[in-house]
Design a protein around this ligand. Structure first.
Ligand SMILES: *Cc1c(COP(=O)(O)O)cnc(C)c1O
Length: 393
């Protein structure tokens, strides 16, 4: 239990709920409501039926034979890339929209970076017939065109944000501003294990279906319910949190997290906030973030829009600080090489975010009988323009 959230919403020194007065009651209401709802039989039934029949779960656990030979271990890939809408984000959006409906909310807002969370939320809103507004940095609107068109076709209103770096942090600020104006009727579907308590815990629980499935899938394939290693990429931390959730208290399971090194952690063109960040408060939570000495946010950089955030959620800050998880920065070029390697050895084109998890493999030294599970958080369709630019000169 020592890695789970405490009664005050903290993971060790991180987390909490730092919200403006006007949102206090809204966040408090969610805090009261979320556990009774997600533990109810009615919710479990609805959520799991959707995950099975709509998302296509369980996602396969695939033994990657050629990659295993290359890295001298038994490498299994958890295929979140095969989910409806192409990533793990849909698990969370469907869970939160069910909660929103049960709380009587009538309008959904969301922020998005690469557009994956925006698409997942617009999808959930189309399915549930709820109006949907998605905030997205103007830079991301430009570099993620296909996802913008998908959201619009799904019926969502996409609002470009022109402040700051015009990326995920700025989109999140704008979503919070909207929420402050409509706290009673609007549900804010946050896309990762970030934001004020209870969001990190809520999102981790909704994504924990990943590790729930891993237990029986591993038993089927290896005769044991746990692996020696779990590897995942970390932006805000939701696919990683879902991957490790049911293994946190099993110290035989080593956890390795990949954050975006960008052009290198000593270049300032980076998003490796656990490694170079310091403690501060952003978007309602105390986390490790990239900031100047007087607390101004340093703009992050990563080739991957989904990892381009100046902080990391409180769960992973605590796992890093306590030594439970090892964190490695994977740079742009290492992620690109890893994406091409997976494509050519296994015929799977991963999302750029997931390619950062794959970029961990060359940095590791495994024993030949180690069972390694790596979560492929999403597929690479949305990143084809970037891949083409680098691989075709
Ligand atoms: C959004 C996204 C991520 C990063 O978000 P987490 O909350 O850290 O999981 C990683 N991979 C893909 C494919 C994404 O869309």
């Amino acid at each position: 239990m020592k890695y789970q959230v405490d009664a005050n919403g903290f993971y060790g020194n991180y987390g909490g709920s730092y919200v403006p007065e006007i949102l206090y009651k809204t966040v408090e209401d969610l805090k009261e409501a979320y556990l009774p709802i997600i533990e109810s039989d009615e919710f479990k039934q609805e959520f799991h039926t959707l995950l099975r029949d709509y998302v296509g779960r369980p996602s396969p656990l695939y033994f990657a034979r050629r990659m295993s030979e290359r890295y001298g271990c038994h490498l299994y890939l958890k295929r979140e890339d095969l989910n409806h809408t192409g990533a793990h984000k849909i698990n969370n959006s469907l869970g939160q929209i069910l909660i929103a409906k049960k709380m009587g909310k009538t309008r959904i807002i969301a922020e998005t970076g690469a557009g994956q969370h925006g698409v997942a939320t617009a999808t959930a809103c189309a399915l549930m017939d709820m109006p949907c507004t998605v905030y997205m940095g103007a830079t991301d609107v430009e570099r993620q065109r296909p996802n913008v068109e998908r959201m619009k076709m799904l019926g969502a209103e996409v609002c470009p944000v022109y402040s700051g770096n015009k990326t995920l942090k700025d989109a999140t600020n704008e979503a919070i501003r909207d929420w402050c104006c409509h706290p009673s009727d609007t549900f804010y579907i946050i896309g990762s294990t970030v934001g004020p308590h209870p969001y990190p815990d809520l999102v981790a629980r909704l994504q924990s279906v990943i590790s729930e499935e891993l237990k029986w899938q591993l038993e089927e394939k290896t005769g044991r319910t746990w692996p020696d290693y779990l590897i995942a990429c970390v932006g805000g931390g939701s696919n990683a949190a879902g991957t490790i959730y049911h293994f946190l208290d099993n110290e035989n399971v080593r956890i390795v997290l990949a954050e975006a090194g960008g052009k290198g952690i000593d270049t300032y063109m980076t998003a490796a906030s656990m490694e170079i960040g310091t403690t501060g408060i952003l978007h309602g939570s105390r986390i490790k973030l990239m900031q100047t000495d007087d607390g101004q946010i340093v703009e992050p950089y990563s080739i991957s829009a989904g990892l381009d955030y100046p902080g990391t959620g409180p769960i992973h800050c605590h796992l890093y600080e306590s030594g439970r998880a090892r964190v490695l920065a994977v740079n742009d070029d290492e992620a690109l090489a890893a994406a091409l390697e997976l494509t050519r050895t296994e015929g799977i084109i991963p999302a750029l975010e997931s390619a950062h998890a794959l970029g961990v493999l060359p940095k590791m030294k495994f024993n030949p009988d180690d069972v390694v599970v790596l979560t492929v958080s999403g597929r690479g369709d949305k990143d084809m323009i970037t891949y083409l630019k680098y691989f075709n000169g």
